[in-house]
Design a protein around this ligand. Sequence first.
Ligand SMILES: [Zn+2]
Ligand SMILES: [Zn+2]
Ligand SMILES: [Zn+2]
Length: 315
Amino acid sequence: MTTETGEHGGAQRILSDPLSGREVIFAPSRTLRPGHFEARREPEAPDEAETCPFCEGREQQTPPELFALGAPKGRAPDTPGWKVRVVPNLYPAFARQQVVVHTPTHIRSLADVSDEQLVLIAESWAEAAERAWAEGFDHLLAVINEGKTSGASLPHSHSQLVWLEQAPPEVAAEAPRLRRDDCALCALLHDLDPALKLAERRLGDSTVSLAVAPTGRAPYELLIAPEDHLPDSFGNSELLAAALALAAEGARRLNAAEGASPFNLWLHNFQGDGHWHLELVPRLNIYAGIELGGGIFINTLPPGEAAARLREAPL
Ligand SMILES: [Zn+2]
Ligand SMILES: [Zn+2]
Ligand SMILES: [Zn+2]
């Protein structure tokens, strides 16, 4: 751990995130700068729901579906009746990039997706993973982008699944830190300040928890993980659904505390050893040269303050 001396003599401690090794500085005084926390979700456009290609009844406006869940037997592909629908991305950057449409009706945030739908969404991710493994791919990157500033192009709640031949750099960088015999995430959860924990869900013998990330790069950054050391979330989609439900609760608390907020959410899953988790990174601030050029993230909201605001937010 190192320190730097501020220009006014104050020392800001540079922290190292135990999962990623990313460097983070908490600098609450920077919230006084103009332009702080300006990014918000765009409101619903007047014709948005009437023209949305992801809504039930407009199946012809997406590429032909790969599969759908929750549909009655005998339903023809690309017709109404589905609960979750998986289609190829119309503008793919990768050989296999898919979109999971989370709901048949026009729901704009994971925060408003029901637990029943989240179970189907987790199942769809697991089903896609099985198909990816069968075709020789080694990693499925699942992400949810909400709001234009987070990179979302369509407001209807959806996730993106990218099939990769190997773990992407962020996952590969975490993997050695999350081995069973010396796992930084097991240690983090074990030693977690109870003030940072927001909620948990139990499923049989397993517990998944939702906490403010102790060394998050962004204000209100959330970490959702099973307390047991489990590498693969796709093998237990009920536990994954519980994690998504906690992410949805985190998003509801965030929206209640700050107004409708853009965010990125992703799953870090491990083939072999590792400890799967979701990371929810609100996009209320804009990353600048120190973050992108230096790799040092300045977070204006200390985790304890973030947790207090999220806990007290009126749901
Ligand atoms: Zn829609
Ligand atoms: Zn672990
Ligand atoms: Zn991670």
